[in-house]
Each structure stands twice: as structure tokens, then as C-alpha cells.
Design a protein around this ligand. Structure first.
Ligand code: PLP
Length: 478
């Protein structure tokens, strides 16, 4: 068994030796921890909370047990090399960008890329070429890019690296195979933010993973859908386009020099769990998700989409993500989330103006799902109003006036929205739905953009990126 979960057993052995220790962490194997915390959390967690010590290898230069654990992960996921990440896919995205691009390089990416990608542009001084997402009309969710739009960007720009995000938060997947084919035609290094798809390799009913078809670097958040600790992720490398030395350097610069063994052991164990039981675990979850979907669709006022939306603006769907549309019940997703929270004591993953999102992950039971179904039936009876009939319109991508880096480091000031025409945004301003940025730092706020924002304000959309709650003040470059 030791060889199958090497890091878990190496740590257990180390702790059982009970050697006198005069080193970090400062809690001295839990003995110095405040009683309140120890009483609540127990003692074991602190014994396991160590950082690199003799015999337990080094994350930034793995030659022993961490190397073994990462090699087993690579085999399980089907990559050529896998890194354990202890700062989430956020650091994974930063590493992918900084190890494949030089300062001032261009990179192709989706407009709705995660903020770690947008941050990476600013920190590493990269120039974005954005591809706008299609919108799934009924739910208002950005559903994916058209492969032909991607090819157009490649035809018209000199660029060497593309960063694709798939699936999105709601489990909608891009046609990653077609996108990869096009990217290779233009000699692209292909990066994939698969933060929400870490479970895909472990069940044949789940969508295709980019690891299988040969993206060069793939980042996945273990903690999002697998039973792993928060902050744990994997970075996978395939093929030989990536300079491994640069990847090691980037990880050394960007991650902690005192990595948590709690996180790394969690990754080692979850890899073993998925390898040995993943097919069964995800079969059960897919069955439960189909059951939940069917039952929700019997309730007046709620609609939960399944694979019938494929080819509609969506290429593939992760069935374990349950998006429940609330338009027909006449409540926003935000309102339904609040009712679930305050009146029924139920927590969900997120909500937007037209939807709530439910995650089904290992450990979920039919009893919990039945409770949710009964609750939604009750809400449908007690709270139903006139259906919402709105469609999401998205604006054009604004002109980039200065680079993301200039926008990040240069001075900014707060102004009233009414005076913003022609100014350069210092923040991401976005609205839900569809959750796409309207402007990002460095982009010009044109009259059209301003009118679009005023229109959203009138509709009482959920706007983000303002200084005040009334959404009257924004930050722009001086
Ligand atoms: C698409 C996407 N990429 C990356 C991240 C960052 O992941 P993490 O929370 O593991 O740092 C997120 C987080 O929500 C995400 O949605």
C-alpha cells in the first residue's frame, strides 16, 4: 500500500517516529496551539501540518517521495508530467502564462477567462487578444467560443500561445478537440484552464479532458469537484513544447517556499481514490444528477437543462453540474438563493440573475437531494410570480488604450460614471448575467459602453467593479 499512496504513508511514518524537533512550523507539532483551536480541531491535524523536512522531499526540487507521488498522478491522469499545486489553479494559470510567453507577447484567450488570467496579463506584461463568447440564450450564460472565431484571430494576429478555458463554471464545454486542431495549424502552444474538469479523466460518461488529446499544459482544481482540500490543484504537461526549466522556475517564484503537506497529501490520496474508485463514484453522481434534473423539471417554474442543449450554443455538458433556471418562476437566481439560505437553511454554489448552480460532488446523498427537491417544490408554491422575459445582450469588446500592465501600475482616480466617456478603466467592470467583463483595465470607456452600463443599471442588473454600492463611481487611469 505504501507504494500506492507514497506521500500519505511517508508522512505517517515520519509522525510515528516522534523525533525531537527544533524547527518550523511555529506551533511545534500542535503543542503551542491555542487550546480553543486544538479542542475544536483535534490534535492530529497539527501533527500532519509540517513543511519540508529531511526525508520528505522538496516540492520545488522533487527527488524522493513527492516525485513518486507526482509520477503516480501523471500516470493516473494520462499526462507526461504532473505538478502538485498548493495555491490553486490561480497559480497554475500564472505559471502557464509566464513559462510560455515573454513580456510584450500576445496571447489569445476567451473574454470570460478567470481573473487569475487577467491578472497574469498585467503582472507579466502580456497583450490579450480576446475572443468573445457566445451566449446560451435561455440561461444567459456564456456558453463557448466558435472555433471559426478562434481561427479568425489566429489568421489576423502573430501569436504563439492560446489559453482556452473549458469547461465553464456551469459545466458547459468548448469543442476542445476542434480548437486544438486549429491551434496546431497555426503552430500554437495550447494551454487549457480545465479548473472545473478535474474529474473528467475518471469516468467515460464525463466530457473529454484536454490531457487526453494533447494540450501542452492543463491546469485543474482538485478542490473544486474532487474530495480534496481547498487550494489544491494539478498542473499537467504533455509533449515536449514546454520548457520544463521555465515551469520549475515559475513555480519557485510564484508558490510558497513552505508548501503545506496537508495539501500535498490530500492530492496524493485523492489521486489514489479516483484511480481506484473514480468510475463508480462518478457513475453514482451522474445517476443522482439525472434524477435531480428530472425531478426539478417536474416542478412548475423551474427548468434544469441537460444534454438537449447540445449543439444549441453548447458543445458538451458536464452532467454533474446542475443549473436551475429561475425565469419561469419569476424570481432571479439571487432571490432563490436568498430564500434557500434564509428560509430553508440550504447553501448552493452560486446564483446569477436567471439561474442557481448546484454542485454534486463525492459524498452527496440521495437524502440531501430529496430535501432540495421538496424545498424547490415548496418555493414554487409559495413564491411564484410572473415569468421573467429578458434576453441578454452583450456589448462589443472595447478598444485597448493602454496595456494591462500599464493600467495595473499607473495611478488611478475615482470619478463619477457620468464623466467616464473616453476615460481608461482601472478595474474590471462586469455584469451578471452574462458574467462577461464589459471593460477590463486598460480599455477605453466609449459612449456605447457607457450607454450599455446605464441600460444595465436601469434593469437593476448585478454590476461589479464599482467603488460604491449604488454603482455611480468607478476607478479610471489618471
Ligand atoms: C475557470 C477558472 N480558472 C481558474 C480558477 C482559479 O482556481 P483556484 O480557486 O483553484 O485558484 C477558477 C476559480 O473559480 C476558475 O473558475
Amino acid at each position: 500500500m505504501d507504494k500506492k499512496i507514497p506521500l500519505f504513508y511517508a508522512l505517517k511514518d515520519y509522525i510515528n517516529k516522534k523525533r525531537p524537533a527544533f524547527h518550523m512550523p511555529g506551533h511545534h507539532r500542535g503543542k503551542g496551539i491555542y487550546k480553543l483551536l486544538k479542542d475544536e480541531w483535534g490534535e492530529n491535524i497539527f501533527l500532519y501540518d509540517i513543511t519540508e523536512v529531511e526525508g520528505l522531499d522538496y516540492l520545488h526540487k522533487p527527488e524522493g517521495v513527492i516525485k513518486e507521488a507526482q509520477e503516480l498522478a501523471a500516470k493516473a491522469f494520462g499526462s507526461d508530467y504532473t505538478f502538485f499545486l498548493i495555491n490553486g489553479s490561480t497559480v497554475g494559470n500564472l505559471v502557464m502564462l509566464s513559462s510560455t510567453l515573454k513580456s510584450k507577447d500576445k496571447v489569445i484567450l476567451q473574454r470570460n477567462s478567470h481573473r487569475s488570467v487577467i491578472g497574469g496579463l498585467a503582472v507579466f506584461d502580456l497583450e490579450p487578444i480576446y475572443i468573445q463568447s457566445e451566449i446560451h440564450k435561455y440561461s444567459g450564460i456564456p456558453s463557448g467560443i466558435k472555433p471559426e472565431d478562434y481561427e479568425d484571430k489566429l489568421k489576423n494576429n502573430s501569436v504563439k500561445v492560446s489559453l482556452i478555458t473549458s469547461p465553464n463554471y456551469f459545466g458547459m464545454c468548448e469543442n476542445i478537440e476542434e480548437i486544438l486542431k486549429i491551434g496546431r495549424k497555426y503552430d500554437q502552444t495550447m494551454l487549457l484552464d480545465e479548473a472545473h474538469g478535474v474529474h473528467f479523466p475518471f469516468n467515460s460518461k464525463l466530457p473529454l479532458t484536454g490531457i487526453k488529446i494533447g494540450y501542452d499544459m492543463i491546469v485543474q482544481s482538485a478542490h473544486k469537484t474532487l474530495p480534496a482540500l481547498t487550494q489544491t490543484s494539478f498542473l499537467h504537461i504533455k509533449g515536449n513544447r514546454v520548457d520544463m526549466d521555465k515551469v520549475f522556475d515559475a513555480l519557485t517564484y510564484l508558490e510558497s517556499s513552505s508548501p503545506s503537506y496537508l495539501f500535498m497529501v490530500s492530492l496524493d490520496v485523492v489521486r489514489y481514490q479516483m484511480e481506484s474508485e473514480g468510475e463508480k463514484i462518478w457513475n453514482e453522481i451522474i445517476d443522482l444528477s439525472n434524477y435531480l434534473r428530472e425531478e426539478v423539471n417536474k416542478i412548475d417554474g423551474f427548468y434544469c437543462f441537460g444534454k438537449e442543449i447540445l449543439n444549441d450554443e453548447v458543445y458538451d455538458l458536464d452532467l454533474t453540474k446542475i443549473t436551475i433556471n429561475t425565469k419561469k418562476i419569476g424570481l432571479t437566481g439571487f432571490e432563490v438563493e436568498e430564500i434557500l439560505n434564509k428560509k430553508y437553511n440550504i447553501e448552493i454554489e452560486l446564483s446569477d440573475s436567471y439561474n442557481i448552480l448546484i454542485f454534486l460532488t463525492p459524498g452527496i446523498t440521495k437524502e440531501e437531494i430529496d430535501k432540495l427537491i421538496i424545498t424547490l417544490k415548496d418555493i414554487s408554491i409559495k413564491y411564484k410570480k410572473r415569468p421573467i422575459e429578458e434576453e441578454v445582450i452583450i456589448p462589443e469588446i472595447p478598444k485597448m488604450a493602454v496595456t494591462p500592465k500599464e493600467a495595473y501600475i499607473n495611478e488611478k482616480e475615482i470619478i463619477e460614471l457620468k464623466d467616464a466617456k473616453g476615460r481608461i478603466s482601472g478595474k474590471v467592470i462586469s455584469a451578471y448575467p452574462p458574467g462577461l467583463p464589459i471593460v477590463v483595465p486598460g480599455e477605453e470607456i466609449s459612449e456605447n459602453i457607457l450607454n450599455y452600463i446605464y441600460d444595465l443599471k436601469e434593469k437593476k442588473a448585478n454590476l461589479q467593479g464599482f467603488i460604491d454600492v449604488e454603482c455611480n463611481y468607478i476607478k479610471v487611469l489618471k
